[in-house]
Design a protein around this ligand. Structure first.
Ligand SMILES: Nc1ncnc2c1ncn2[C@@H]1O[C@H](COP(=O)(O)OP(=O)(O)OP(=O)(O)O)[C@@H](O)[C@H]1O
Ligand SMILES: [Mg+2]
Length: 382
């Protein structure tokens, strides 16, 4: 990558700091156990927030490398806490506090304050939360997505292309972690479609995304890195020549789960290996050609959206066995032994500590916190 290109990928940076140890602030929204929700919000509100135990595990992983960590809740007091604590870098997993681009709120604040942080930047986190926008971009760039239509009002005429293809699938356009997704998301006729779309629009206060129901197998694919990742990585040997590491594919076999056709919130909430949980198969039992195809699609999906350092893309097969991209998670869950990305990393022999530190170091490198590997060493690799 030439210096101008590298500059484009860098958030507005302050002067480079020392190579560490750093004061790392972990920014997250926490699930508050037992706290009743207001009456007018969906019952799955906050389902994508993290348990404090996950925060503790991420902090412990970062501390194994000698850094100091502090947890700062990503709430409305965050700007003041940042000014007081003055972290060298933030490890960002905050889902945000609502609104149309909540996953972009914390990155936007950090860029405004010129504080280094990990992972994707503002625009990518905003777009990737919006599944319709994401699919429009992918479709425009020739990536395979199922035919879809967004409903803002609920009474829009259904496009003929979809009319011929019941059952259809209806989900909130801007949620994650299976929120608003259960067996009733599958609708068999127009009356059911209208009812479900109106339910989503009114309860979640956002458009409903309607897609062709994809009846085939389901996979998720993690990507690490960026074009210059090997220059800064603690594990340059993980990366292919293009700077990206494609993690082994995880298949979610949901056929025996609580919701046998849908990997929604209820199925996601079951502990791995328990009754009613999907089977997590990693690496997925698929032929090498399909593996290559899925990894290539996830890589393209990641790069086209401008994702940085880490993402996880969900894919389903259509009736003809062709992969169709569902969505990308630029803030994938990071609970060890539970989150899809952690299962994939572990199947590849990547320890949880190494996964977390890699995300931290790749983030740090974009802000000049790490010197690039000396040229001589780079040549040795090539
Ligand atoms: N068009 C579709 N056809 C069939 N199943 C679908 C379709 N869209 C979504 N699903 C099912 O619903 C699940 C959740 O959908 P999706 O991945 O789009 O949303 P999400 O809630 O953002 O997921 P995540 O937890 O990965 O953030 C999928 O994993 C899949 O099982
Ligand atoms: Mg998903």
């Amino acid at each position: 990558m030439n210096p101008q290109e590298r500059e484009k990928e860098k958030p507005p940076t302050t002067t480079p700091r020392r190579e560490g140890p750093w004061k790392v602030a972990l920014l997250a929204n926490i699930k508050e156990r037992g706290k009743p929700l207001p009456a007018d919000v969906p019952s799955d509100t906050g389902a994508d927030y993290d348990y404090i135990e996950t925060i503790d595990m991420i902090r412990a992983a970062i501390e194994t490398d000698g850094h100091q960590t502090v947890f700062i809740p990503a709430d409305t007091k965050l700007p003041y806490a940042l000014k007081e604590i003055k972290p060298d870098i933030c490890f960002n997993i905050a889902e945000g506090l609502g609104g149309d681009a909540r996953e972009a709120q914390v990155p936007a604040l950090l860029e405004m304050l010129k504080i280094p942080y990990t992972g994707s930047r503002v625009l990518t986190n905003a777009i990737s939360l919006d599944k319709t926008l994401t699919k429009r971009i992918w479709r425009d760039r020739g990536l395979p997505v199922a035919p879809f239509q967004e409903f803002t009002f609920g009474d829009e005429p259904l496009r003929p292309e979809l009319k011929q293809h019941f059952p259809l699938f209806v989900k909130p356009a801007r949620e994650g972690t299976g929120m608003g997704v259960d067996q009733k998301a599958i609708v068999k006729d127009e009356a059911e479609l209208r009812e479900r779309a109106n339910y989503i629009i009114h309860l979640y206060h956002q458009p409903a995304l309607v897609e062709i129901f994809l009846p085939g197998r389901e996979f998720t694919i993690g990507i690490l890195g960026r074009r210059d990742a090997p220059l800064y990585s603690r594990h340059p040997e993980w990366y292919e020549k293009d700077g990206f590491h494609r993690l082994p594919i995880l298949e979610l076999d949901i056929t025996r789960s609580v919701t046998p056709s849908v990997y929604g919130l209820e199925a996601k909430a079951q502990s791995v290996g328990s009754e009613g949980a999907p089977d997590y198969l990693c690496p997925a039992p698929i032929d090498p050609e399909m593996t290559r195809k899925l990894q290539h699609l996830a890589y393209r999906a990641h790069v086209i959206l401008g994702s940085l350092d880490v993402s996880r893309t969900d894919v389903r097969l259509d009736a003809g066995g062709n992969p169709r991209l569902l969505e990308i998670n630029t803030l994938p869950g990071l609970t060890p032994g539970y989150s899809d990305l952690c299962i994939q990393a572990s199947a590849h022999g990547i320890s949880y500590e190494d996964l977390i530190l890699e995300i931290l170091y790749l983030g740090a490198s974009r802000w000049g916190l790490i010197e690039a590997r000396p040229l001589a060493e780079q040549h040795k690799r090539n």
